[in-house]
Design a protein around this ligand. Structure first.
Ligand code: PLP
Length: 348
C-alpha cells in the first residue's frame, strides 16, 4: 500500500474541539423532520421495527428505481461493508481496490483472510480502471470502488465506471461505495444503481450519515442482486441493528428535500472558502466532489494533529505516496474560519 494514516491515541475526538472537522460529519443535520420523527417514535422503542423497516425499504426501492428485494438495510453502511467483507472472504481470495481508498471493507477482508491488491490512483486522482481490471485474477472475490473516493474526495468518470462495472462484473462482483455521491448536484445521474436493473453483479452502498446528516442515528443500505444479498444474508441479518426511531427518522429525512439542498449548498460554499484560503496561503489541494478536502502539508502527521488540536481544530492526517496530507471535513462557515486561522498559525 502507498498510504497510511496517523491515528492519534483515544479519545480521537476531544470534547474541547471548537471545530470538529475530522469525521466527515454534516454540521447541519439531522433534518428537523427527522428529529421530530425520532422524538415522536421514541416511546415505541419497546417494539422491534420489522414492519417499519419494510416500509423504509419500499420507500428506498422507489427512490432508487429498483425492487424491494434489491435492498438490504444496516445500522450505517459500515455494517454492510464489513458484513460483505466477512462473507465474501471466508475462504480467502483477493480484493482489488484503489490505493488510497476508504479502508473499512478492505481491513475486514484482510482480517478475514483476504489479500489486498492495491492499485494506485491516476495522476488526476481518478481510479485507474485499466490497471484495476488487469489486477483482477481467478482468486479475486470482489473489487471495491469508492466513488467519490475517501480520503481524496476525487471522482471517477461516470461513463468509464459504468463501462468498467458492466464488463468486469462478469468476472467478479463489484462493490461501489457511494457514501458521498449526495453532495453532487446530479447525484442520481452519477450512481451505479442503474446497473442493477441490467442484471449486473454490482453492490452499491449508500448511507444516511453524510448528506442527510444522520451519522449518529445509524442507517445505511446496499442495493444488489437478490442472489448476492441471499449469499450475504445466509450468514448475517440485515436491518436488525437499526433502532425503530432511526427507521422513522430515515423516512422523514428522505422527504426533506430542502434540507439536503441546503446541506449541498452550504457544503459547496465552505469548499469554495477553503479553496480560496488554501490558494492564498500557497497550498495545493485535490479538487473535491465531497464534504472534505485533502491537501499536502510540510509537517509530519503527529505534530501537525497535536498543534491543530491545541488550536481547538480536529482534522485528519495521512501519508500518501510518501507525502504528508491533511484531510479537513467541511463544517459550518464559522468552523472553516477557525480552521484556516489555525492552519495559518501552525503551518505558514
Ligand atoms: N463509506 C465511506 C466512503 C465513508 O467515508 C464512510 C464514513 O465515513 C462510510 C462508508 C461509513 O459510514 P456509515 O457507517 O456512517 O454509513
Amino acid at each position: 500500500p502507498f498510504f497510511k494514516e496517523y491515528l492519534p491515541q483515544a479519545p480521537m475526538q476531544p470534547l474541547a474541539l471548537a471545530a470538529k472537522l475530522n469525521a466527515n460529519e454534516n454540521p447541519y443535520g439531522p433534518s428537523p423532520m427527522a428529529v421530530s420523527a425520532m422524538q415522536e417514535y421514541a416511546p415505541k422503542g419497546n417494539r422491534y421495527a420489522w414492519k417499519e423497516l419494510y416500509q423504509l425499504m419500499d420507500k428506498i426501492a422507489i427512490e432508487e428505481g429498483v425492487k424491494q428485494e434489491n435492498i438490504m438495510m444496516g445500522p450505517g453502511s459500515s455494517d454492510l461493508l464489513e458484513k460483505t467483507a466477512m462473507v465474501f472472504f471466508q475462504n480467502g481470495g483477493n480484493i482489488v481496490s484503489a490505493d488510497p481508498a476508504y479502508m473499512s471493507l478492505i481491513k475486514v477482508a484482510e482480517a478475514t483472510g483476504a489479500t489486498w491488491k492495491p492499485v494506485p490512483l491516476k495522476k488526476d486522482w481518478s481510479h485507474d480502471l485499466a490497471a484495476m481490471e488487469a489486477a483482477v485474477d481467478d482468486d479475486t472475490k470482489l473489487v471495491y470502488i469508492c466513488n467519490p473516493n475517501n480520503p481524496t474526495g476525487s471522482m471517477t468518470d461516470h461513463d468509464e465506471l459504468i463501462d468498467f462495472c458492466s464488463r468486469v462484473s462478469e468476472k467478479t462482483p463489484i462493490f461501489v461505495d457511494e457514501a458521498y455521491l449526495g453532495f453532487l448536484d446530479d447525484a442520481t445521474k452519477k450512481s451505479m444503481v442503474s446497473l442493477i436493473n441490467e442484471g449486473k453483479d454490482v453492490i452499491i452502498a449508500r448511507t444516511f450519515s453524510k448528506i442527510q446528516g444522520m451519522a449518529g442515528l445509524r442507517v445505511g443500505y446496499i442495493v444488489a442482486q437478490p442472489e448476492t444479498l441471499g449469499i450475504i444474508q445466509k450468514i448475517t441479518r440485515g436491518g436488525m441493528g437499526i433502532s425503530l426511531p432511526s427507521v422513522y427518522a430515515a423516512m422523514a429525512s428522505m422527504d426533506d428535500v430542502a434540507f439536503k439542498d441546503k446541506s449541498r449548498k452550504l457544503n459547496k460554499e465552505c469548499r469554495d472558502y477553503v479553496y480560496e484560503n488554501l490558494d492564498r496561503l500557497g497550498f495545493e489541494y485535490v479538487p473535491s466532489s465531497t464534504s472534505f478536502i485533502i491537501f499536502p502539508i510540510q509537517m509530519d502527521g503527529k505534530p501537525f494533529l497535536e498543534k491543530m488540536t491545541a488550536e481547538g481544530v480536529g482534522v485528519r492526517a495521512f501519508e500518501i505516496y510518501g507525502k504528508n496530507w491533511c484531510r479537513v471535513s467541511m463544517g459550518t462557515m464559522d468552523e472553516m474560519k477557525l480552521f484556516t486561522t489555525a492552519l495559518e498559525k501552525v503551518l505558514v
